[in-house]
Design a binder for this molecule. Structure first.
Ligand SMILES: *[C@@H]1O[C@H](CO)[C@@H](O)[C@H](O)[C@H]1NC(C)=O
Ligand SMILES: *[C@@H]1O[C@H](CO)[C@@H](O)[C@H](O)[C@H]1NC(C)=O
Ligand SMILES: *[C@@H]1O[C@H](CO)[C@@H](O)[C@H](O)[C@H]1NC(C)=O
Ligand SMILES: *[C@@H]1O[C@H](CO)[C@@H](O)[C@H](O)[C@H]1NC(C)=O
Length: 497
């Protein structure tokens, strides 16, 4: 079987000049080559220009931040979060865990108290700030017997003496898993880590009519459970939103906001939707992948003949304004059964058989131009904005793309509170490898795509407004990678058929 993974792990290696190159140009480039439906094209542009986004470095963390729905972490773990940051740098965070994918049946809650100190702008993840944190206390409250017994057995093995004989646990009582005073730390029994606090970003999204949404991005959790303890985040989890400034409507927000360790949020059971993949799907935000890659995605699935096409637009900045290159890929897919491991998910197998690349900046042109003959399209023929077929060279070695390639996937479809259909595609392995074997199939999801509505013509005025949609994003204008210091490495895995 052939396996090529369509997952990109990109390493940006930057020289010492990284912070000293303030170039604030808007790059104009032709999108005319891309055969999009106008509506999807409009929506992707709107995603970039519709809301003004600002991100202060360092960010202001103070306030109450909440999940906007049931979250899925690798494992899978189903959870909701409610974090409070105070002006004296102290924080109190609730993590609520569940037995089901609706976050309807709580199993236990963690209450985490500590202190956080912001350090510096991240050199690895542009737009993020690094932070140190110190945990004062971690308490656990169980909401049912089953999980409590499992954890008790584990704690008995990993934290000898914690459960003295004769002492039994009861639901609804706080037990201290960690205390900086006594030096005890029994959190390993529930696989607890709080490294998410070591990478933070706050975005303010300004919409029309003065509406503001504030989002708190915290570091990602490694997809491999055994790596979790040591992994320092380079990407983000799905953002929390400010309890004061979140999207409306949000039925889960109020429930999560009012919860505490004794009263975990119980979210309503949503009907399971059938997996109707047909149609066109686009990113809802500028996405970041671990190991630092910013991108938006556009997919078309044809259920009749089980074929698909995808566009991956890569950018060098956290608001997806400075294009680097675009990858077009296509192939076919097979739909499998409902996942038994990740409730609510459906299994798929994807095959990539064809790919094209468009360089969007000089740095990428130079990189592709200097590749060895017959390893990435026609050597020396790359130029900005021109698309090249790379299928005949079996991919593009310098970008790490090899064809053909197979991936084992996990998909989920949901409706959001505005009744839009969202498509969740499986999270990429954090180590940059690809889910090219069934055992590596994802157990959590990337940021959702949304279905592009209809095929209505786009009013022509929008096509001229691209450069008017200003983003008052401080770091975007002050940070720009110099081409000479930029090395892009895309890793796609592959086995011969
Ligand atoms: C934990 O270990 C103690 C001592 O070995 C034992 O008495 C107790 O029953 C154990 N508890 C559980 C829940 O396994
Ligand atoms: C699959 O169907 C779509 C839409 O009908 C068509 O555009 C595409 O060319 C087909 N692909 C193949 C490989 O037949
Ligand atoms: C790419 O290679 C072509 C042919 O050798 C050359 O004309 C062009 O200037 C090169 N572009 C860059 C950016 O190096
Ligand atoms: C950067 O942010 C500060 C604080 O919000 C603001 O006063 C300033 O105008 C911003 N600069 C740019 C170039 O957007």
């Amino acid at each position: 079987p052939c396996s090529l993974c369509f997952l990109f792990s990109v390493l940006l290696t930057s020289g010492s000049k990284l912070w000293e190159v303030p170039i604030a140009q808007i790059q104009h480039y032709s999108t005319g080559k891309l055969q999009w439906e106008p509506q999807c094209q409009y929506q992707l542009r709107h995603l970039q220009d519709g809301a003004r986004i600002s991100a202060l470095i360092p960010p202001r963390l103070e306030g109450h931040w909440i999940s906007t729905g049931c979250e899925v972490r690798p494992g899978p773990e189903f959870l909701t979060r409610s974090y409070m940051f105070y002006s004296n740098r102290l924080f109190k965070a609730f993590q609520f865990f569940y037995a089901d994918n609706h976050c309807h049946v709580p199993t236990y809650s963690l209450v985490i108290k500590g202190k956080i100190r912001l350090r510096q702008a991240s050199w690895i993840t542009r737009g993020a700030t690094e932070a140190d944190y110190h945990l004062h206390k971690v308490g656990i409250v169980f909401h049912g017997e089953k999980r409590m017994k499992e954890v008790a057995v584990k704690i008995n093995q990993t934290c000898i003496g914690f459960l003295s004989s004769g002492r039994s646990w009861v639901s609804g009582t706080v037990y201290e898993l960690l205390s900086s005073k006594t030096g005890r730390d029994c959190t390993a029994a529930v696989g607890f880590v709080m490294h998410e606090l070591s990478l933070v970003r706050v975005e303010k999204h300004y919409y029309q009519q003065g509406r503001v949404v504030e989002e708190l991005f915290l570091g990602d959790v490694h997809t491999d459970h055994s790596e979790r303890m040591h992994y320092r985040p380079t990407g983000y989890q799905r953002p929390l939103q400010s309890a004061m400034h979140h999207v409306h409507p949000c039925s889960a927000c109020g429930i999560i906001y009012r919860s505490d360790e004794y009263h975990p949020p119980i979210l309503p059971i949503k009907p399971e939707l059938t997996m109707q993949l047909s149609g066109k799907w686009i990113s809802t935000q500028c996405e970041v992948r671990p190991a630092v890659l910013f991108l938006t995605r556009y997919f078309i699935f044809y259920e009749k003949n089980h074929t698909w096409e995808g566009y991956y637009y890569h950018y060098s900045d956290p608001v997806c304004k400075q294009p680097m290159f675009t990858v077009y890929a296509s192939g076919h897919y097979t739909k499998g059964s409902l996942s038994s491991k990740v409730k609510g998910g459906t299994e798929f197998v994807f095959k990539v058989t064809r790919a094209k690349v468009t360089a969007m900046d000089q740095a990428t042109v130079m990189l592709l131009n200097s590749s060895n003959p017959e390893t990435c399209g026609v050597t020396g023929s790359w130029s900005v904005g021109m698309e090249q077929e790379i299928t005949w060279t079996n991919g593009c070695r310098v970008l790490g793309i090899q064809l053909p390639h197979v991936e084992y996937e996990l998909f989920k479809i949901e409706h959001d509170s505005k009744d839009r259909t969202l498509l969740f595609i499986g999270e990429r392995p954090t180590d940059g490898s690809s889910p090219d074997r069934p055992e590596k199939r994802p157990t959590s999801y990337q940021a959702p795509l949304t279905q592009c509505a209809g095929t209505a013509e786009v009013p022509s005025k929008y096509s001229n407004q691209r450069s008017l949609g200003k983003t008052d994003n401080n770091e975007t204008t002050s940070l720009k990678l110099s081409p000479a210091t930029l090395l892009v490495l895309l890793v796609l895995y592959f086995q011969a058929v």
